[in-house]
Design a protein around this ligand. Structure first.
Ligand SMILES: Nc1ncnc2c1ncn2[C@@H]1O[C@H](COP(=O)(O)OP(=O)(O)OP(=O)(O)O)[C@@H](O)[C@H]1O
Ligand SMILES: [Mg+2]
Length: 516
């Protein structure tokens, strides 16, 4: 034993001597170059090559890192012995992961590779234009040199695909918002996300079944249309404009779309975005298979730049396209609160410019209560391909609500009551939101719920009728006043009328001359 300790001490002594010798031979300025040289020599003799996939790639979050993490989570859950478990806030899915500096073997197409999860503490923060996380995280992939050309590309593609599948299978849609404006978080993301749990589906959505089927068909075609869009040279995106009175189900429709397709939602708060360039950055950071939503588009942006030509005036399109002031985004009226210089042009490019194609399989949805306030350029096909009018509750929609809220089958309802409901529903112009509220209130007593609903509908229809009569009377008076006004104006300015008649006469004479 004594001998053993003695030889250990002499080995340590030799090592210490070698270290001090190295320090003398290789001063600090040479050390880095020496290490690099050793590394090269080592690489020449090793049969492996290594790939580092860091969490943050320069300034941006590395999508591949997230994909690898998700992919490995499906492998480690069965084979790993020490795992990290995570569960996002409100999420139902638990994600397995490699613990810090742990390794895992994976096999792809008969080739075995090694993954290592490396976590190190970040050095004291040097100057950076945004705060960086305390830990540096990354994966290292080790592949045999001879296998690299065989699998690397296809293996990484496979990982990306698998990660997307897992994300969709988890059924946790994410709802993103840009509440921080355009500023980035420590991982370089301008969007904040929470799990999206809206229960609205196309089954629960009360609307005309034919229209509903049309929308579902359109969504299905879109989601399966990759080759079609490729063949026709179109960007793989689609725009929906949902318009109608408040409480008719526009937001519910967006949730139903997301749940149907399994897409994430990016809820873009335009009032938080201050420049066109910020808008572009936000767009660049959205993922594929997502719905980008701008709710109440007419309220969320200063429309003064569109209104210069008048909202319904077709010349406003020409103006907005040609006016360099509008296109540049500079010097445009900034609205009352000031600072907001998003232009119509910026918004148009957002939905159908070159940048709108920086991802694929994306749906843009705008909602508004006032379609007439929107610039026609925003509504044209290619930007808003499908315009969906969400109307007051119709009879077929009411049937869906009755079934959802009271669990009523068709046969449960009295024929007479049904007929009365059918007669009065269109006249009442009640929104599905109002009707839902009535049904919720009396959901424990189905009969009472239906009777109260019928009463409310009848009252509303009567009120509508009365107010309609008043409006009609007022309109007739207004028409009379307008006619009087016109007559007065004609008498006051007879020249205007003469000019017009003269010009018509001249035109007729010219025409006759031409014929002769
Ligand atoms: N068509 C509908 N089908 C089922 N429920 C509906 C429908 N319309 C409204 N509702 C109910 O009313 C509530 C409000 O609806 P929603 O937020 O979708 O209306 P909206 O059209 O987006 O209104 P706003 O224009 O004010 O944003 C929802 O929570 C939903 O329960
Ligand atoms: Mg809404």
């Amino acid at each position: 034993m004594k001998e053993y300790w003695g030889s250990l001490a002499s080995i340590l002594g030799v090592l210490a001597f070698c270290q001090s010798l190295l320090q003398v031979l290789f001063p600090p300025e040479l050390r880095f170059a020496t290490l690099k040289l050793f590394n090269r020599i080592f690489n020449m003799f090793t049969s492996y090559c290594y790939f580092d996939i860091t969490e943050i790639d320069g300034v941006n979050t590395n999508e591949l890192y997230n994909a690898v993490q998700l992919y490995l989570s499906s492998c480690v859950s069965t084979s790993g012995s020490r795992l990290s478990l995570t569960r996002a806030l409100n999420s139902s899915a638990i994600t397995f992961g490699l613990t810090n500096n742990d390794t895992l073997f994976d096999t792809f197409n008969g080739v075995t590779v090694l993954w290592e999860h490396i976590v190190t503490q970040r050095q004291a923060q040097t100057f950076s234009w945004r705060p960086l996380p305390d830990e540096k995280r990354g994966f290292t992939l080790r592949i045999k040199k001879k296998d690299k050309p065989l699998i690397l590309d296809s293996y990484l593609d496979y990982i990306m695909e698998k990660a997307n599948d897992i994300r969709r299978k988890n059924e946790d849609r994410l709802l993103y918002t840009n509440s921080r404006g355009g500023s980035l978080d420590s991982r370089g993301h301008p969007w904040e996300s929470v799990p999206f749990k809206h229960p609205s589906t196309f089954e629960t959505l009360a609307m005309d079944p034919v229209k509903k089927a049309e929308i579902i068909e359109d969504l299905k075609d879109f989601a399966n249309g990759q080759s079609f869009y490729q063949k026709t040279g179109r960007a793989w995106k689609r725009g929906y404009l949902l318009y109608g009175p408040p409480g008719t189900g526009k937001s519910s429709m967006i949730a139903a779309m997301a749940n149907y397709l399994g897409y994430d939602i990016y809820d873009l708060e335009l009032t938080e975005v201050h420049h066109n360039s910020e808008l572009r950055k936000l767009l660049m950071k959205t993922s594929s298979k997502s719905i980008i939503v701008i709710e109440d588009i007419d309220c969320s942006i200063d429309l003064s730049n569109r209104k210069k030509g008048g909202p319904n005036n077709s010349s406003s399109i020409g103006r907005s396209y040609c006016d360099p002031e509008m296109r540049s985004g500079s010097g445009v009226s900034t609205g009352e609160e000031g600072g907001n210089s998003i232009t119509l042009s910026g918004l148009l490019n957002f939905t159908d410019g070159l940048w709108s194609c920086c991802g694929s399989e994306r749906i843009f949805v705008f909602t508004t209560n006032h379609i007439d306030k929107l610039d026609p350029a925003l509504l044209r096909s290619g930007r808003m391909d499908m315009h969906v009018f969400m109307s007051y509750c119709s009879f077929p929609a009411l049937r869906i609500l009755l079934k959802n809220y009271l669990g009523n089958a068709e046969s449960d309802l009295d024929e007479g009551v049904l007929k009365e409901l059918e007669e009065v529903i269109d006249k009442a112009e009640m929104t599905p939101a109002d009707i839902s509220e009535l049904l919720i209130k009396n959901r424990r007593n189905k009969d009472r719920a239906v009777i109260e609903l019928l009463e409310a509908l009848k009252n509303k229809a009567e009120m509508k009728l009365k107010s309609g009569d008043c409006v009609r009377e007022k309109d007739l008076n207004d028409v009379g006043e307008e006619e009087e006004e016109q007559e007065k104006r004609a008498l006051e300015s007879p020249k205007e009328g003469c000019d017009y008649e003269d010009s018509i006469k001249k035109e007729e004479e010219d025409e006759e001359k031409k014929i002769k």
